[in-house]
Design a protein around this ligand. Structure first.
Ligand code: T4K
Length: 405
């Protein structure tokens, strides 16, 4: 995958300045993790033989039972994707009016509320973290607030206990967007059983994928029952509709993928962890760069390798570094730029939201995600790190030659 003539010894070797790219093919953030093919194909054959393709099929039921057991939660309801799962969780818990969410998240978190006529009220992250600041959450509560939607970004739990305390005291519903946090724990307890319900994404780019997919987990039996109906147009039986529902069903091929991913989970985590350790060793402590560590006392999926660049110290900004890496075929991503509050329709609805989001506004200019996953080899990680170190070592000179708007 990498070119032997692409080592960088001088600035003009950079691909952005006409040199040979380090990689001959693009290396993505989010290339899907592929489980054991034979096992998957066996299950696909079963599906074809059985001719039961969707609608709460046997593989979906098996997957739900295995996920619930793995996560230590009573109920798991598999869904067609994480966004619909969020929408169903929000509707089933009867949120209305305003719900407090971080702006520093994927846009689906905010859209799932707005889609249902609920106002997402954007809250800042705590200084030095990528998670909701509980102090700021409290300040944003109004008589119209019905809930808090926390996000466990990068597989790291947000301030669960502090948010629980606020939710309980102020009589609000607490949900978690756990899209990134499958197979991660908090104080030894798997993420999936916190709050009223938690929502996972099993999109292709996620650590654990079902091509497209997601799930809601909860310990509340009545809520689980309601969400199952809502996932299937509100049907409670033949000809019996109980709720406004949608089509959120997971199909059998996706469930087969999920079951096969579960079989391969250990190997995927191992590769991610191996890549993580190389990144950590090579990038931690570089001037102007903050490497986001995963707490190794907790269970982690190591799916997100995230760094922050402080231009004042590094001598180069995040956008220039991303541009340089892209030219070398390292498709680093500016997750999550520019922040939900700066995207439509929120930018127009709440033009002054940014005034209350100083930490988020800074963070979105500094953060980037680097490639990992089973398709990224440790030797490739070393090359990516060499590149970044080279750029930082020559930052001032490079900045003068690489113009970034
Ligand atoms: N909440 C949070 C916090 C989330 O992060 C997400 C999704 C959700 C909720 C909603 O869950 P879902 O409804 O998606 O289940 C991607 C994903 O599409 C999205 O699922 C994910 N978060 C988000 C963080 O990343 P993009 O627009 O950056 O994806 P995209 O299409 O650019 O894919 C990333 C890279 O992955 C591509 O450059 C190429 C590579 N790739 C992608 C796919 C789909 C492949 O190599 N193969 C593939 O099949 O949003």
């Amino acid at each position: 995958m990498f070119s032997s003539t692409a080592a960088k010894t001088q600035i003009s070797d950079l691909a952005i300045l006409g040199g040979t790219p380090v990689f001959t093919e693009k290396i993505h953030v989010g290339k899907p993790n592929v489980p054991d093919r034979e096992l998957l194909l066996e299950r696909v054959n079963d599906i074809l033989d059985r001719q039961w393709f969707t609608n709460d099929g046997p593989y979906v039921q098996e997957l739900e039972a295995k996920l619930a057991a793995f996560l230590g939660v009573k109920h798991c309801i598999a869904m067609c994707n994480g966004t619909i799962a969020l929408e169903i969780a929000i509707r089933a818990t009867e949120l209305t009016g305003e719900v407090i969410v971080p702006s520093f998240t994927f846009i689906a978190t905010a859209h799932a509320l707005q889609w249902q006529g609920i106002t997402p009220v954007f809250c800042d992250v705590a200084p030095g973290t990528h998670h909701l600041d509980p102090k700021r959450v409290e300040e944003l509560i109004t008589p119209r607030t019905t809930g808090i939607l926390g996000v466990h970004l990068w597989g790291q739990a947000c301030e669960i206990e502090a948010l629980e305390e606020i939710a309980q005291r102020r009589n609000l519903t607490l949900l978690f967007d756990a899209a990134h946090a499958f197979a991660c724990s908090h104080n030894g307890q798997m993420i999936g059983s916190f709050g009223r319900a938690e929502v996972f994404s099993f999109h292709a780019t996620k650590f654990f994928n079902t091509f497209e997919g997601g799930a809601i987990t909860t310990n509340d039996g009545d809520l689980a029952r309601k969400m199952r109906f809502m996932r299937n147009f509100g049907f409670a039986g033949y000809d019996d509709v109980q709720y406004v529902g949608t089509n959120g069903k997971m199909n059998e091929i996706s469930a087969a993928m999920g079951l096969t991913m579960l079989d391969s989970l250990g190997a995927i985590i191992q590769r991610n962890q191996e890549n993580y350790h190389i990144y950590q060793e090579q990038l931690s402590g570089l001037p102007g760069m903050r490497f986001i560590e995963h707490d190794e006392d907790e269970q982690r999926n190591y799916q997100y390798i995230v760094i922050e660049i402080d231009e004042g110290v590094a001598g180069i900004n995040r956008d220039a570094l991303v541009k340089i890496l892209h030219a070398e075929n390292v498709i680093a991503r500016r997750y999550f730029y520019p922040g939900c509050h700066q995207m439509e329709p929120y930018r127009s609805y709440f033009p002054h939201a940014g005034l209350l989001l100083p930490n988020t506004n800074k963070l979105v200019t500094q953060v980037m995600a680097l490639p990992t996953g089973v398709s990224v080899q440790p030797e490739e990680v070393v090359k990516i790190c060499d590149m970044i170190r080279f750029v930082l070592a020559h930052a001032v000179e490079i900045k003068q030659r690489v113009y970034v708007e």
